[in-house]
Design a protein around this ligand. Structure first.
Ligand code: GCW
Length: 669
């Protein structure tokens, strides 16, 4: 009996169940044609590249492909030159990336033409907010893939290795070359020898696909782990402790990437605890890792309740330090000045710190986008961010150009907060895989469009031809690809509409950040952790006055933005309530009053999600049952949540506007 169950399970696996459960991500090819691969180089990565080509070739049968590691000035870093019969790169990793690009073009039916592909950023990282007890902060896809609990939690199993290998492969396929594998709210325990052994085991596997390993550290480690009397960055004993610790790490992991640090932020310890500065803290660590080529990513996510406006603090604290950080320090800045909100203007630190390497931090995990329940494709938001013009070095100083080395010649890097976990499909929602994919693609090339990336991802992920070798239905492009891409492209704006249109921000229910909570406040809770702080609704109007008559956060933006944002008439409407406290009767560009416009925006968000349901239902013939049902179920909850957002926010704000809602509000049946 038991034997037959096993056989049955094996058969299921062999018959492609793996592809249907979503675990194959966008790497779902199940067959290959023969190909001759010419070229050799003694390295694991080179061999991995060769094997990938042999295992997945879908071009002409018995074609010949040359893999050539040879310096060429046109090729930068781990970039590559691709043509129909050759991949050339300066490094083995470049060859691997070239292989994946070639396979992608085959699987998406493109004609391969000769072209150089260079990365926008030198370092393209994932940040995992994984705790050592296996939970994941803001993780919605199961437990940590790196950390387990229990008596044998630190023992490296075959299953661990398999997951880490698949993880590394998926990342390499989209150009990601580094991972910080523990939460920025860091447990000091990561630096204890038994944990470092596990870190080494992970590094050994990630390396085979060209990923460097980084860890987040707790600034109080010298005191907590090392037993010193303090962790003052200017204390010679502390300096020495870090030096010794770094030596220990590099003995285990010679190509270790460096440290990610959240200091003096949300209660985390930091140099300010000892009257020192971010520069003192970051430079001390930078000196410790420097002999080994390591880097320090120092986060600028700082705010306190004493400030009149949380949005101003990072700029105020960091800009005065411009030019004082060591060359191997990179200041890591979230895309917006508050905190990964549905829509924020770019953080004014971008372009403003000219003598410091600045790296963007994006959030892939959907902390503020309905977790793993809502279907939200985030690439349009990132596209908007990259293209935002800071004007810092004249017109065209986009965030992309300020951070990718085009304007300022520093090290370049980018980080995305990962959405992976132990869920079979890695990300909880099948469409959340697209955000991991899109992040990697944009980190490689910050000029790719969200449209192109969605197109690629759908073809790779849902094309039945690449999954289980059935012929592509003739109407697939019209009836599946096109409408589903449309859903993805609209989904970001839809979620802004039903959650926080017109510049509203942080009106989430506290702590879990899932549903609405514009009313949320408690006695004794710091003000910037209550929600009316962000919307300031009263009988006159609503919104945060960040103009010269308010907090004057607009002054942190370079002209002409300062004036454009600062003036009610010129401020883009999507940021209206971000920068202004606006009267309910204010006339919008389309003639509606602000109040009516708020109502219509919320309503249109709900309608959009309901339309997504209609589109998905029609997609049924083109999707396997498992993934179809999973997405359909989630869309049902998504639509219901959108309606709750609309009703809750409108009924709440109506207490202040005292105006009728221009349509019937929905009530639970
Ligand atoms: O958005 C907030 C999150 C915290 C997170 C913090 C940060 C890791 O709610 O969970 O902590 O940002 O980015 O440090």
């Amino acid at each position: 009996m038991r034997v037959s169950v096993c056989v049955f399970i094996l058969l299921l696996i062999a018959s492609g169940l793996k592809a249907e459960d979503g675990s194959g991500l966008w790497l779902r090819n199940n067959f290959a044609s023969p190909v001759n691969v010419v070229g050799s180089h003694k390295s694991t990565i080179f061999n991995v590249a060769k094997q990938e080509l042999l295992n997945n070739w879908q071009g002409k049968e018995n074609a010949t492909i040359n893999l050539l590691v040879k310096k060429d000035k046109r090729i930068i870093g781990d970039g590559f030159l691709l043509s129909s019969d050759k991949i050339q790169a300066n490094t083995d990793l470049g060859i691997l990336y070239g292989v994946f690009e070639l396979l992608r073009q085959q699987q998406t039916h493109q004609t391969v033409s000769e072209k150089v592909y260079n990365p926008s950023y030198e370092l393209r990282l994932l940040n995992h907010w994984d705790n050592l007890n296996s939970s994941v902060e803001r993780g919605y896809a199961g437990k940590s893939i790196f950390w387990r609990t229990g008596e044998n939690g630190l023992v490296v199993t075959e299953n661990d290795k398999r997951i880490w290998t698949e993880y590394a492969r998926a990342n390499a396929s989209i150009g990601i070359n580094g991972a910080a594998i523990n939460n920025v709210n860091a447990s000091p325990d990561i630096l204890r020898p038994d944990r470092l052994e596990r870190v080494k085991a992970i590094a050994d596997i990630l390396r085979t696909y060209g990923l460097k390993l980084y860890i987040s550290i707790n600034f109080s480690s010298p005191k907590i782990v090392g037993g010193l009397s303090d962790s003052d960055p200017l204390n010679p004993e502390v300096i020495n402790w870090w030096k010794e610790k770094v030596k220990e790490i590099y003995t285990l992991i010679p190509d270790f990437g460096g440290f990610l640090v959240k200091a003096n932020s949300e209660g985390q310890p930091g140099p300010q605890d000892y009257g020192r500065t971010h520069v003192d803290g970051a430079n001390m660590l930078a000196d410790a890792v420097k002999p080994y080529g390591g880097i320090i990513m120092w986060r600028a996510f700082v705010y306190s309740s004493e400030e009149d406006d949380r949005a101003k603090q990072a700029y105020a604290e960091f800009v005065p330090f411009d030019g004082q950080f060591r060359e191997n320090v990179i200041v890591q800045v979230k895309n917006g000045p508050i905190d990964f909100q549905p829509r924020e203007p770019f953080n004014p630190l971008f372009g403003a710190m000219k003598k410091t390497a600045i790296m963007p931090e994006l959030q892939i995990t959907q902390e503020y986008f309905g977790h793993s329940t809502h279907l939200v494709y985030l690439a349009p938001m990132w596209e908007e961010f990259f293209h935002s013009d800071t004007h810092q070095e004249g017109t065209g100083s986009t965030v992309a150009r300020c951070t990718d080395g085009s304007i300022f010649k520093h090290r370049t890097a980018i980080a995305g907060v990962a959405n992976t976990g132990t869920d079979t499909n890695w990300c909880g929602h099948h469409f959340a895989q697209a955000n991991w994919y899109a992040y990697g693609r944009m980190a490689w090339n910050n000029q790719l469009t969200s449209d192109q990336i969605a197109d690629e991802w759908i073809k790779l992920t849902f094309n039945p031809e690449t999954n289980v070798r059935v012929a592509l239905p003739e109407d697939w492009s019209v009836n599946f690809l096109k409408p589903i891409k449309q859903v993805m492209l609209e989904s970001y704006e839809a979620s802004v509409n039903y959650m926080m249109p017109l510049g509203f921000h942080h009106i989430f229910q506290a702590s879990h950040h899932y549903g609405p909570g514009p009313w949320w406040e408690r006695d004794g809770v710091r003000k910037d952790w209550t929600m009316p702080y962000y919307h300031n609704a009263d009988t006159i109007g609503v919104g945060f006055n960040r103009t010269i008559t308010g907090s004057n956060a607009v002054a942190q933006y370079h002209e002409p933005l300062k004036s454009i944002y600062g003036n009610l008439e010129t401020c883009p409407e999507e940021f209206l309530l971000w920068f202004h406290h606006v009267p309910w009767n204010h006339k919008m560009k389309n003639g509606n009053t602000l109040w009516d416009e708020i109502c219509y925006r919320y309503d249109s968000g709900v309608k959009q999600v309901r339309q997504f349901q209609v589109v998905w239902d029609k997609a049924q013939p083109y999707v396997d049952a498992g993934r179809f049902d999973a997405v359909q179920r989630r869309l049902r909850t998504h639509a219901h949540d959108a309606q709750i957002w609309k009703d809750a926010c409108l009924l709440y704000f109506q207490e202040f506007s005292r105006k009728p809602i221009p349509f019937d509000i929905e009530r639970p049946i």
